[in-house]
Design a protein around this ligand. Structure first.
Ligand SMILES: Cc1cc2nc3c(=O)[nH]c(=O)nc-3n(C[C@H](O)[C@H](O)[C@H](O)COP(=O)(O)OP(=O)(O)OC[C@H]3O[C@@H](n4cnc5c(N)ncnc54)[C@H](O)[C@@H]3O)c2cc1C
Length: 460
């Protein structure tokens, strides 16, 4: 296993059922406890586990949900406990049960999973080692990967050594060098789809007094003509991660406390703005930029080497504002388990990539469909996508008033149901019968946060 992020840990958990020994090669030296680390800079920003991922997390790590609840993480299972505005539409907040989502800081979640994986028989984590390439031999007309070349991450020009392996799984994230390795092994690079979104994050952690808040997860998502949004997630030990997002090239989320609070008072529910103004920050503001979403289509390659797979963000990384990456990694874990149980090593890459493409395709459609509704997003537009964008805009407008539609939208966004569930006959009938959408329900106070005069977009 290359990489000990959520993707690498999930894959290692699955591999441990089949292989006697699993070595996780990780560039970072792991911090103790739930602390952040350099190799996962996204850990400082809002992270939630979608409803479609939570049951899989429990299936792979039985008892983990209870353990996290004991740590003070939040499982949110009612519409009234969230405040979610997407494309300028505030989802209905009636008291209605929904499939639970998990709110916990990313470093804490990763630490708890890592401790579980470390305890698995045959698994070891080789920390402070960088994977620099793979070794291979020829097997008929295909290359067979036989191991990975590693070097100490801390020392430049350090001596490399090889770790032999029957299977190498690359979960080194979006910077994965797999396309280069494939070329070196005589295979083609995968086609890569890219959507240029230019999302910026600037985040900070606060502690709020326990039970002082009526909701646990607040998202002011992207809306036509707006430069900023935010996410505020209740995490373990009464910590709250609070991220301001910026949308579009040239935009930067503010890091100065006064400007951040000014935006909060414009955009957030008053109780949250007041609570954050009074709270002590627990750390400095951290920034992160996500310029581009990508999907490397390994499932389309005709010739693949035996003994080598990509996994997690190394295959596809989505716009993080939709919060689907960890859930997709868990779904890939299930695809890997099925492929390992049902096929030979020579067929494994093709089987795995094809099975993994199904959840990837749902998450990709959701994230790029929403992004391409904004004219400033660069990517391939289709007529079908534009029509779906208009329908989703109507759906969201109807979901402001209809809690059942709001729940359906969350089930799709949370990868519990396929995007086609938005087109179920009962849902379509409600959307069509709903009153014509009124003006966007943006907070009145946010009128000054305008990038340009709102243009007519598919989302409006
Ligand atoms: C700002 C932001 C917010 C996000 N919010 C959410 C959210 O709310 N919900 C959600 O589900 N997902 C979210 N995601 C996505 C999520 O973080 C990832 O999809 C998920 O963690 C899976 O990533 P991964 O393990 O494949 O890669 P990564 O998390 O990038 O991990 C890669 C690992 O590989 C190691 N590594 C890299 N190169 C090497 C090498 N050469 N040798 C050895 N080790 C190496 C790194 O140190 C790291 O540990 C967010 C992402 C971002 C950027």
């Amino acid at each position: 296993m290359l990489g000990a992020g959520i993707g690498g840990l999930v894959a290692a958990r699955v591999l441990a059922d089949t292989f006697d020994e699993v070595t996780i090669v990780e560039r970072d030296v792991m911090p103790g406890g739930g602390h952040g680390r350099r190799g996962v800079p996204q850990g400082r920003h809002v992270h939630g586990m979608q409803a479609g991922g939570l049951p899989l997390l429990e299936e792979l790590f039985p008892g983990l949900r209870a353990e996290l609840a004991g740590d003070g993480a939040h499982e949110i299972a009612d519409l009234s406990r969230v405040s979610l505005r997407f494309a300028g539409r505030l989802l209905n907040q009636a008291e209605l049960p929904v499939a639970p989502v998990l709110s916990v800081s990313r470093p804490h979640l990763e630490w708890r999973i890592r401790e579980r994986v470390r305890r698995l028989s045959g698994v070891r984590v080789a920390e402070g080692l960088e994977a620099v390439g793979v070794t291979s031999t020829v097997d008929g007309d295909r290359a067979r990967v036989t191991g990975v070349r590693v070097a100490p991450a801390a020392t430049r020009d350090a001596k490399e050594r090889t770790i032999d392996a029957d299977l190498v799984v690359d979960a080194t994230g979006r910077g994965s060098r797999m396309p280069v390795w494939l070329e070196q092994l005589g295979c083609a690079r995968p086609d890569e789809e890219r959507v240029v979104v230019h999302i910026g994050y600037a985040s900070q952690t606060f502690r709020l007094p326990r039970d002082s808040y009526p909701q646990d997860l607040i998202i002011e998502g992207r809306a036509p003509g707006r430069r900023h949004g935010f996410g505020a997630f209740a995490c373990e030990q009464d910590r709250w991660t609070f991220s301001i997002m910026s949308y579009g090239a040239g935009e930067r989320p503010p890091t100065e406390p006064e400007e951040r609070m000014r935006l909060m008072h414009q955009m957030a529910p008053p109780w949250l703005a007041e609570a954050l103004s009074a709270a002590e920050p627990l750390d400095d503001v951290a920034r992160h930029a996500h310029p581009t979403s990508h999907w490397r289509h390994y499932e389309r390659l005709g010739r693949l080497p035996v003994g080598l797979l990509a996994f997690g963000d190394a295959i596809a990384a989505f716009n993080p504002i939709y919060g689907t990456g960890m859930t997709v990694a868990l779904k890939q874990g299930v695809a890997l388990r099925t492929a390992l149980e049902t096929t030979t090593d020579t067929e494994l890459p093709r089987r795995f990539y094809r099975a993994a493409a199904r959840p990837l395709s749902a998450a990709w459609a959701l994230s790029t469909g929403a992004d391409l509704a904004y004219p400033e997003t660069l990517g391939k537009r289709t007529r079908r996508g534009a029509l779906m964008g208009r329908y989703v805009a109507r759906f969201l407008a109807a979901a402001e008033h209809d809690p059942v539609l709001a729940r359906r939208f969350l089930a799709v966004a949370g990868l519990v149901e396929a995007p086609s569930a938005l087109l179920a006959p009962a849902a379509v009938a409600k959307v069509v019968r709903s009153p014509a959408p009124t003006a966007l329900s943006l907070p009145e106070r946010a009128r000054s946060d305008v990038a340009h005069a709102p243009r007519e977009t598919a989302a409006s």
